[in-house]
Design a protein around this ligand. Structure first.
Ligand SMILES: Cc1cc2nc3c(=O)[nH]c(=O)nc-3n(C[C@H](O)[C@H](O)[C@H](O)COP(=O)(O)OP(=O)(O)OC[C@H]3O[C@@H](n4cnc5c(N)ncnc54)[C@H](O)[C@@H]3O)c2cc1C
Length: 380
């Protein structure tokens, strides 16, 4: 039996090499990407070359042939430096590739997986203006005509919307059928009737694009249905159940990044003739944050290990997401406090992490929805 945080050699190697990459290649760009609300295209190319855009894609499709836990390692390591880059990689791996691997037939896998390991970015489009937490109240409509599907409607809040070439889009064949009408379609950028609309101007994870998607009788070939017609709700639920472990990892990485900065700063900053890190009150606050992060990390690793072991993980995934997103917010807030005035300005990195932390309690199921899942599972 291994302790939960004991990593296999390949897991440790991946985590360390991704962190090293993030420190060298991403850190110098973080502020500029945040200010311009755009991920550097050259950086995206480097992420593909690093192999983190196709972690679970099997070797025969050109991917890294690794596990979900490896994705968690990469997301945590990236988020320690920039949670915006972490979410790009998170959506690519834990939502889009995950769904293609689980629900794609051979033809779909052959057509998309090699590209996703090389240069194709994915997005996952479920939410709409009127359906967020109540995701299956979606109204984007799919109708069959002349041997193809026509999609009409509007998606909102879609991560990677600006960069993606492939979109998993959930639409309903019949709104009256409720969740049973929902089907997952693979929409490729350039399909007639599809366009990317407004890009949101956000509080945090600003470099990550969040976009509206517009479908005006968008033509989708029959071969681009993912999973069975009418079973899109299963694709959505099962993928999101796993995806939220990735958000847990993003939040643990963010909290760790905030703590790293705080420890370094409190060693340097002097008041009353000594480093503020020498005051016991400050040490205790840092010790508490480190304890919080360790607890959050254990929840995330356990949920990811359960998932890879094909054991039930639903409750653990919801717990890891709600807890780690709260830890991220608390730790980033402490970081701002301990940086004093410097915590409040953009010249120092913790102001951004404080803004970035908030999203963990909103996307891939708000905290209230996580509590609902946990309560349902433990109370019946
Ligand atoms: C930056 C960003 C990126 C995103 N990326 C994606 C993406 O890539 N793909 C995608 O499909 N979506 C994405 N989303 C959408 C995201 O998943 C939704 O915003 C989220 O699910 C919440 O939905 P909502 O915004 O409609 O809030 P609402 O559902 O309106 O919720 C508002 C509040 O009401 C509470 N609430 C709602 N119902 C209940 C209930 N039954 N019990 C108790 N409380 C309740 C919620 O907890 C919340 O506090 C993204 C959102 C953001 C902000």
């Amino acid at each position: 039996m291994h302790p939960l945080t004991t990593l296999a050699d390949d897991e440790r190697l991946l985590r360390d090499s991704v962190y090293e990459f993030a420190d060298k290649e991403i850190r110098p760009l973080v502020r500029e990407m945040d200010e311009h609300a755009k991920i550097s295209p050259a950086l995206i190319e480097k992420l593909f070359n690093l192999g983190v855009m196709g972690i679970e894609i099997p070797d025969n499709y050109g991917g890294s042939g690794a596990t979900f836990f490896h994705s968690v390692m990469a997301i945590e390591a990236l988020s320690r430096v920039d949670p915006s880059i972490a979410v790009l990689v998170d959506v690519q791996n834990t939502l889009v590739i995950n769904a293609l691997l689980h629900w794609g037939n051979d033809d779909i896998k052959q057509r998309f997986l090699p590209k996703m390991a090389t240069n194709l970015i994915g997005a996952y489009a479920l939410s709409e203006a009127g359906s967020g937490s109540d995701a299956f109240a979606l109204t984007t409509r799919a109708t069959e005509r002349g041997g193809e599907w026509l999609l009409t409607g509007r998606k909102l809040w879609i991560t990677n919307g600006n960069e993606a070439g492939l979109f998993i889009v959930f639409a309903t064949l019949n709104p009256e059928a409720g969740y049973r009408g929902i089907t997952a379609f693979l929409v490729e950028r350039g399909f007639p009737g599809f366009s990317v609309g407004k890009k949101e101007d956000k509080l945090g994870i600003r470099a990550s694009s969040t976009c509206e998607l517009l479908f005006d009788a968008c033509r989708v070939p029959k071969a681009n249905v993912l999973g069975e017609v009418g079973k899109g709700y299963k694709v959505a639920i099962e993928t999101l159940n796993e995806g939220r472990i990735g958000i847990g990892a993003q939040m643990v990485g963010l909290a760790q990044g905030a703590l790293d900065h705080t420890i370094a700063y409190t060693r340097e900053r002097k008041q009353f003739g000594k480093a503020i890190g020498e005051f016991q009150a400050v040490q205790h606050q840092i010790a508490r944050a480190a304890t919080d992060i360790e607890a959050a990390r254990l929840l995330v690793y356990n949920a990811a290990r359960l998932r890879d072991a094909k054991r039930p993980f639903l409750t653990e995934a919801a717990m890891c997401k709600i807890f780690s997103s709260e830890v991220a917010e608390r730790t980033a807030s402490l970081a701002v406090n301990l940086f004093g005035g410097n915590g409040f300005v953009k010249d120092y990195p913790v102001e951004k992490l404080y803004r970035d932390a908030k999203i963990g309690q909103i996307y891939e199921g708000t905290s209230n929805l996580q509590l609902q899942t946990i309560a349902k599972n433990i109370m019946g």
